[in-house]
Write a protein that binds this ligand. Structure first.
Ligand code: GLC
Length: 576
């Protein structure tokens, strides 16, 4: 077997810098805070960190509107503070990847300021300009996708907020400028990039209008109210049709290939993971992205055994069409754009048990896992109650559109905004039961309200001290994964394929065979695996269980499973 690359064996942990740890007590997370928590992360057992944007930004989209690609946001610290964070992470054997936003810059970036200034400046075509709005395209964040710039008496295109103008990737100068920025961080030693919104980089050159009989606000409103299967089907169709000409257009593969060539010039296996689920962006497995996220796994109302099996069958088949060691999966259930796992996939009755099952799923499926900060202590969504608290500007935009244009009652508009805004899953991390959850000192107002449930044990300190906490469960599971070659690179083999309540599978490598069973139900089971080829003449030695009592060794023909148990057992030959 070809030795695996670091990004194939690593467990990634996403840090949302604004909300992770406030080292200087100003209510905003920063490098000092992150650096102080590196021992915590190393001790948790993760191997790589994905840092959401840390660049200077006016923060219309929480850092995803970058005004300088080669510096650090002053509220997070200096470039030297970044370097300290990077070095200290490396000293602890943790790699660091950055967020790479290619599609757009901030409207305060000097490139845009110059491009907008006149119709004849050196950067005149660095963005996407038109004399009049050429079509009815919508921005997915704030309505019309074309915004007027009086300086040029022209309109510029933006897929996201109007403060995030799209770069014109057909310009060789844009490419060169961006590649220089990429090299800047690679030269400093970062280990790779997560590619933001790559599907939005190119647009349909024919500028074909969309055919949906609504604008963005109306479509969001319609989506909020859609209940029947017909309405839901129509909703999905409309979302697809509204944006299909602004998404996944020609030119992306060539661009990804160019980017890959730059990464490959550097030593140390620098890597790229795309914010896209389309495996096509991995090219032949060696010439485009190293990884794309398996978003299909999380795009569901509920994580059921049937859904997981179907997802794995499709993904792994498609990945197997790439060269043997290149088609590597990448699994996640949460990030800064989505409702937190604990809330989204809980059932309000067994949330604690389900959270354990979901973590186990991500850490035992074949592929590289990505975890989101706060998941390990069971942080939940926090619903804001007043529009003045909302920081996610797609949320404020929607609220005002609901109230002013669609005449929705302000209270209802706020409830819907709280649901749709991503603030709910970006609130400050809970470090302790001290005021402000130990994120900021007492008396300081953090940039987003702290979820009060930090007082009910949802915090790092309390959970560190409690042996049965979710945090300690994460640590144990991460350790088992690290010490189990089969869980890292073993093949995935489906077993008991029709079981509706539990999901069982084998991970088989040359050195080890492991059986994983995730019981998604509140029923106990006695399961028989003795007729499965790989299990014959084997017994099971327990590597991990979430059950309070569970035998160390079990007969393969009678495996006992408690309600909601996560069981991982190693197959041992009975002839040994
Ligand atoms: C990606 C980011 C999201 C951001 C958007 C625009 O989807 O994950 O947070 O708002 O791109 O950059």
């Amino acid at each position: 077997m070809t030795p695996l690359k670091w990004w194939q064996t690593a467990v990634f942990y996403q840090i949302y810098p604004r909300s992770f740890a406030d080292g200087n007590g100003d209510g905003i997370g920063d490098f000092k805070g992150i650096t102080e928590k590196l021992d915590y992360l190393a001790n948790l057992g993760v191997d790589a960190l994905w840092l959401s944007p840390h660049f200077p930004s006016p923060n219309w989209d929480c850092g995803y509107d970058i005004s300088d690609y080669c510096d650090a946001a002053p509220e997070y610290g200096t470039l030297n503070d970044f370097k300290t964070f990077l070095d200290e992470s490396h000293k602890r054997n943790m790699r660091v990847i950055l967020d790479l936003v290619l599609n757009h810059t901030s409207d305060e970036h000097e490139w845009f300021v110059e491009s907008r200034s006149s119709r004849d400046n050196p950067k005149v075509d660095w963005y996407v300009w038109a004399d009049t709005p050429p079509n009815n395209w919508q921005s997915c964040f704030d309505g019309d996708a074309w915004t007027y710039a009086p300086e040029r008496n022209q309109y510029y295109y933006h897929y996201f907020m109007k403060q995030q103008p799209d770069l014109n990737w057909h310009s060789p100068e844009v490419k060169e400028a961006m590649w220089q920025a990429i090299r800047f961080w690679l030269d400093l030693g970062v280990d790779g990039y997560r590619l933001d919104a790559l599907g939005t980089i190119f647009e349909d050159p024919n500028l074909t209008p969309h055919t949906v009989p609504m604008n963005l606000a109306e479509l969001r409103h319609f989506s909020d109210l859609a209940k029947t299967p017909e309405e839901i089907k129509l909703r999905d169709q409309y979302w697809h049709d509204m944006f299909k000409n602004q998404w996944a257009q020609g030119g992306l593969h060539e661009l990804m290939k160019e980017l890959r060539t730059i990464m490959d010039e550097y030593e140390g296996d620098r890597m790229l993971v795309g914010e896209d689920e389309n495996i096509d962006y991995m090219g032949d497995g060696k010439d485009e992205l190293h990884l794309v996220f398996n978003f299909a796994l999380m795009k569901t109302g509920g994580i059921t055994p049937e859904h997981i099996r179907k997802n794995q069958a499709e993904r792994l088949k498609r990945l197997s069409e790439l060269s043997a060691e290149a088609g590597w999966p990448c699994n996640t259930l949460g990030n800064h754009d989505n409702s937190r796992i604990h809330t989204r996939f809980g059932d309000k009755l067994h949330d604690a048990e389900l959270a354990r099952l979901h973590t186990a799923l991500i850490l035992t499926l074949r592929g590289t896992p990505f975890l989101y900060n706060g998941e390990e202590i069971g942080m939940t969504d926090y619903m804001l109650t007043d529009i003045s608290q909302v920081k996610d500007t797609m949320g404020t935009w929607y609220y005002h559109a609901l109230v002013n244009d669609l005449k929705v009652d302000p209270r209802e508009a706020m409830a819907r905004t709280a649901e749709m805004t991503r603030d709910k899953n970006r609130t400050p991390m809970h470090w302790s039961n001290n005021p402000n959850a130990g994120f900021s000192p007492a008396g300081v107002s953090p940039w987003l309200p702290v979820n009060p449930n930090y007082q009910d044990g949802v915090n790092v300190k309390d959970q560190t001290e409690s042996p049965y906490s979710l945090l300690n469960y994460y640590k144990r599971l991460l350790k088992v994964r690290k010490n189990s070659p089969a869980l890292i690179h073993g093949e995935y083999i489906r077993v008991h394929e029709t079981a509706a309540d539990y999901f069982a599978f084998l991970r088989v490598s040359e050195e080890q065979k492991v059986l994983v069973i995730l019981n998604f139900s509140n029923r106990p089971y006695h399961l028989n695996f003795s007729d499965i080829k790989e299990c014959k003449a084997h017994k099971l030695h327990s590597l991990f269980t979430s059950a309070e009592i569970s035998p160390k060794d079990q007969e393969i023909k009678e495996v006992r499973l408690s309600p909601f148990e996560v069981y991982i057992g190693e197959l041992q030959s009975v002839h040994a």
